[in-house]
Design a protein around this ligand. Structure first.
Ligand code: TYM
Length: 336
């Protein structure tokens, strides 16, 4: 089993990232059998696909490394690194660009959302981004890729690229393993606190739309209290939530944090209004985030250690990726 996943080092780690992906990374790391490996990386090469400030990217990369360790990624057991220190990601992307199809990339919903009406004005990198993402996982022969729902389509594309490459150039061999996305059903898609139809995202201009893992307790309580809701009390069963997107989201967040099903949460809060539910949710969030943000602040003070963690992780990643990169050059008939 080889577990591989990444996160863009832009903005803060938020509750959607944590419940949708990072918590699963930690669980998979903790359950790992001998002989299996976890590789987790900061997708800094992806971050340059949109306008960015170089100094900010550098700072955010180290901060995101600290945030992942604070969430429970253990650099002694998992391989933690940033893409920019492993040139094979960019190299393999180029080699896969010959296999990926324009039509496949054109269908990517993230491309459509991010480009909007201004496709002509976007960087080539934003369009080709999913091919780099395919390279990220295929380079390591990933078997399992823990992600939120929004990344499933990119993973399907990675499988399509792997399959076509194996067919066209494998000569009967599997050059690439087909990776399986692992999406947590209880937190596949955490929604914005301001709009139950939009996912919680670091690119939302309103900070009130998301809970960041570094928000202090007062701010967390304030964000939850101001979260958009409807005037109805909570129902006592999940069926009563139909059509109430904001309520569904808040109850789902509560359940994901407490480890209860929606029905279990509603059995306790059914009949009560948000005036009672929101403070309970806020407190649960504050308690969950308290140890993470304390550890995060501690780690941030030790920049040298963060640099060392990424350097060690990158060296291991380069080693693991090398045979696949070499095999790809050979399969394509490239003379080196
Ligand atoms: P990114 O940086 O946007 O998000 C990191 C992870 O968090 C998940 N996530 C969510 N899950 C549930 N609800 C939400 N509101 C929410 N918002 C984000 C994402 O699904 C993701 O798992 N392209 C990727 C990074 C990447 C990658 C990869 C991932 C680059 N290469 C290879 C896996 C494998 C991205 O931008 O994720």
């Amino acid at each position: 089993m080889r577990v591989v996943s990444g996160i863009q080092p832009t903005g803060n780690l938020h509750l959607g990232n944590y419940l949708g992906a990072i918590r699963n990374w930690v669980r998979m790391q903790d359950a790992l059998e001998p002989g299996s490996q976890c590789l987790f990386f900061l997708a800094d090469l992806h971050a340059i696909s949109q306008p960015h400030d170089p100094a900010e990217l550098k700072r955010a990369t180290l901060e995101m490394a600290a945030a992942l360790v604070a969430c429970g990624i253990d650099p002694a057991r998992s391989i933690l690194f940033n893409q920019a220190q492993v040139p094979a990601h960019a190299e393999l992307q180029w080699l896969l660009n010959g296999t990926a199809r324009m039509g496949w990339l054109n269908r990517m919903t993230q491309w459509k959302d991010k480009a909007g009406k201004n496709r002509e004005g976007q960087s080539v990198a934003l369009f080709a981004y999913p091919v780099l993402q395919a390279a990220d996982v295929l380079l390591y022969q990933a078997t399992h890729v823990p992600v939120g729902d929004d990344q499933k389509q990119h993973l399907e594309l990675a499988r399509d690229i792997a399959q076509k490459f194996n067919n066209d150039f494998g000569g009967g061999e599997e050059v690439f393993t087909l990776p399986e996305p692992i999406v947590p059903p209880e937190a596949a898609r955490i929604m914005s606190l301001r709009d139950g139809s939009a996912k919680m995202s670091k690119s939302d201009p309103s900070d009130m739309s998301r809970i960041n893992l570094v928000d202090d307790p007062d701010l967390v309580m304030q964000k939850v209290k101001k979260a958009k809701t409807d005037p109805e009390p909570l129902p006592s069963e999940a069926a009563g939530l139909v059509g109430r997107a904001e309520a569904i989201n808040l109850v789902a967040v509560y359940g994901a944090l407490s480890g209860e099903s929606t029905d279990q949460v509603l059995a306790r809060f059914g009949g009560q209004g948000f005036g009672a539910f929101k403070p309970a949710l806020g407190e649960l969030l504050v308690e969950t985030l308290r140890p993470i943000s304390a550890r995060f602040r501690e780690l941030l003070n030790d920049r040298e250690e963060l640099d060392a963690i990424l350097a060690r992780g990158s060296a291991k990643a380069r080693e693991i990726g090398r045979p696949t990169l070499d095999a790809t050059y050979v399969a394509l008939g490239l003379v080196r």
